[in-house]
Design a protein around this ligand. Structure first.
Ligand code: KIV
Length: 277
C-alpha cells in the first residue's frame, strides 16, 4: 500500500517499510501552493537545497543558508497534510561535527515541523547519522553525486562507474547501518543502483539512478519545465509550464500596450456604492 493512502503523514518507519513494495513517490517543493499540489500524490516531499538554484538563481547549492531552508520548510509545511516532509541540511551546517549537525537538525525540525532531515555523504557521515538517529532525528541520506561536494567531485558527473562502484556501495551500506531510514542515490549507473537496492536494507530513492530503486525523486521545477537554465539527462519533463508562462506574459504585455487590457469585465462602475463588482 502506498503511504499516501493513509490519512496522516507517513513516519520514517512507514517509508522504511515501503522497501521492495510499491515505489515511493517523491518530489521537491519550496512553496505552499506547490506543496498543496503535490500532497495528494506524493509519499514524501523534500524541501531540497536545490531551492537555491531553482528559486534564488544561485549557481550551485553551496550558497544556500539555514535561514533559507527554514523559511521554505515553513512554507511547504503549510501546504502538506498527507505527505511526509523532509528538509535538506544546507552546506556548512552539519559537516563539522555530530553536535553541530544535531543543533542544526533540531532547529530545522522545531521551526519547520519537518519529520526528518536529509544530509549528503556516505561513510564520512555515518557517525553523524548514528548520533542524530540516537537522539530523535530521522535521517535520509544522499550518496552518489552529492551536489554540495561538486568542488571535490569535479563537477556534476556520474559517480560510481567501473572500479568506483565499490565506494558508492560502501557509502550506501554505511548510512543504512548508521540508522538512516532511506537513501537518495543520485546520478549513478543503473546497474550499481540495482545492486545497492538489492544489498541495503533501507529504501533507495533514485534520481538519475534506476527504475529498480525503491522510489524516485525529481526536482519539481525540472519535471514541470519551470526551470530551464539547464536540464540534466535524468530530469524528464512532464510539462512545459515555463513556455506557457512566457507566452502568457508576452500576451499580457501586448494587451497592455494596445490598451486591450483591462477590458470592460475587469473594471468597476461607479453606480453601486459599496458594491464589490
Ligand atoms: O536538493 C535537492 O533537490 C535534492 C534532490 C535532487 C534529491 O537533494
Amino acid at each position: 500500500m502506498s503511504a499516501t493512502a493513509k490519512k496522516t503523514a507517513p513516519l520514517p518507519d512507514d517509508i522504511r517499510a515501503m522497501k521492495g513494495g510499491v515505489p515511493i513517490v517523491s518530489l521537491t517543493a519550496y512553496t505552499t501552493p506547490m506543496a498543496q499540489l503535490l500532497d495528494p500524490h506524493c509519499d514524501l516531499v523534500l524541501v531540497g537545497d536545490s531551492v537555491g538554484m531553482v528559486l534564488h538563481g544561485l549557481p550551485s547549492t553551496l550558497g544556500v543558508t539555514l535561514g533559507m531552508m527554514i523559511l521554505h520548510g515553513q512554507a511547504v509545511r503549510r501546504g502538506l497534510s498527507r505527505a511526509m516532509m523532509v528538509v535538506d541540511l544546507p552546506f556548512g551546517s552539519y559537516e563539522e561535527s555530530p553536535a553541530q549537525a544535531f543543533r542544526t537538525a533540531a532547529r530545522v525540525m522545531a521551526e519547520t515541523g519537518a519529520g526528518a532531515v536529509k544530509l549528503e555523504g556516505g561513510r564520512g557521515m555515518a557517525e553523524t547519522i548514528a548520533f542524530l538517529a540516537a537522539r530523535g532525528v530521522p535521517v535520509m541520506a544522499h550518496v552518489g553525486l552529492t551536489p554540495q561536494s561538486i568542488n571535490t567531485l569535479g563537477g556534476y558527473r556520474v559517480q560510481g562507474r567501473g572500479a568506483a562502484a565499490d565506494a558508492i556501495l560502501a557509502d550506501a551500506r554505511a548510512v543504512a547501518e548508521a540508522g538512516a531510514f532511506a537513501v537518495v542515490l543520485e546520478k549513478v549507473p543503473a546497474r550499481l543502483a540495482d545492486r545497492i537496492t538489492a544489498e541495503v536494507a533501507i529504501p533507495t530513492i533514485g534520481i538519475g539512478a534506476s527504475s529498480g530503486c525503491d522510489g524516485q525523486i525529481l526536482v519539481v521545477d525540472d519535471m514541470l519545465g519551470l526551470f530551464t537554465a539547464f536540464r540534466p539527462k535524468f530530469a524528464k519533463r512532464y510539462a512545459t509550464l515555463g513556455d506557457d508562462a512566457e507566452k502568457a506574459v508576452e500576451a499580457y504585455a501586448a494587451e497592455v500596450r494596445a490598451r486591450a487590457f483591462p477590458a470592460a469585465e475587469h473594471v468597476f462602475g461607479d453606480d453601486a456604492p459599496g458594491a464589490t463588482s
